[in-house]
Design a protein around this ligand. Structure first.
Ligand code: HEM
Length: 134
């Protein structure tokens, strides 16, 4: 393994740059979702305001990356698939979520090696969230 594949960080949370960076990533993710026409189907799956989603995703990702468990402290087990059941999520929504997150990771300057790892992890999670056929 090359040295750049073995970062000197205990967790992806440290690697990404801690809470402020997670916050920045999530803010930019939802800003893009709100503004970019190519994420319109994804935006349409959400309610009129994204404020609750912003706060919850930032709390969730902080813990998911290995940082403080803000989300589970407040809401218990994430049960993400169950919590996404009210929304219609197919291939298009999954792919727009992943593209939006990938663009956000690029724009806020996530380390490329970490970005690649997260891209794979996000795919697994987003694909598991699908609850309609297409
Ligand atoms: C696959 C496409 C996805 C779609 C269309 C989608 C859509 C949504 C929507 C509409 C909400 C509700 C927002 C609100 O309360 O205002 C939500 C909540 C949430 N999403 Fe997603 N999501 C997707 C994938 C993901 C992924 C991959 C993750 C995690 C990596 C994630 C994490 C969350 C979390 C933590 C919440 C808050 C749940 C709660 O406590 O209510 N979502 N999502």
């Amino acid at each position: 393994m090359q040295s750049e594949d073995k970062p000197q960080y205990a967790t992806p949370y440290e690697w990404i740059g801690g809470e402020a960076k997670v916050q920045q990533l999530v803010e930019h993710f939802y800003d893009l979702m709100d503004l970019e026409p190519r994420y319109a189907a994804l935006r349409a799956a959400h309610g009129s305001t994204l404020e609750q989603a912003r706060q919850k995703l930032a709390w969730f990702l902080t813990g998911w990356l290995g940082g403080p468990q803000h989300y589970t402290d407040r809401f218990g087990h994430p049960r993400l698939r169950m919590r996404h059941m009210p929304f219609s999520i197919g291939i298009q929504e999954r792919d727009q979520w992943l593209a939006c997150m990938d663009q956000a990771m690029g724009d806020v300057g996530i380390d490329e090696a970490l970005r690649e790892r997260l891209r794979n992890s996000f795919f697994q999670t987003a694909d598991w969230m699908r609850n309609v056929g297409a």
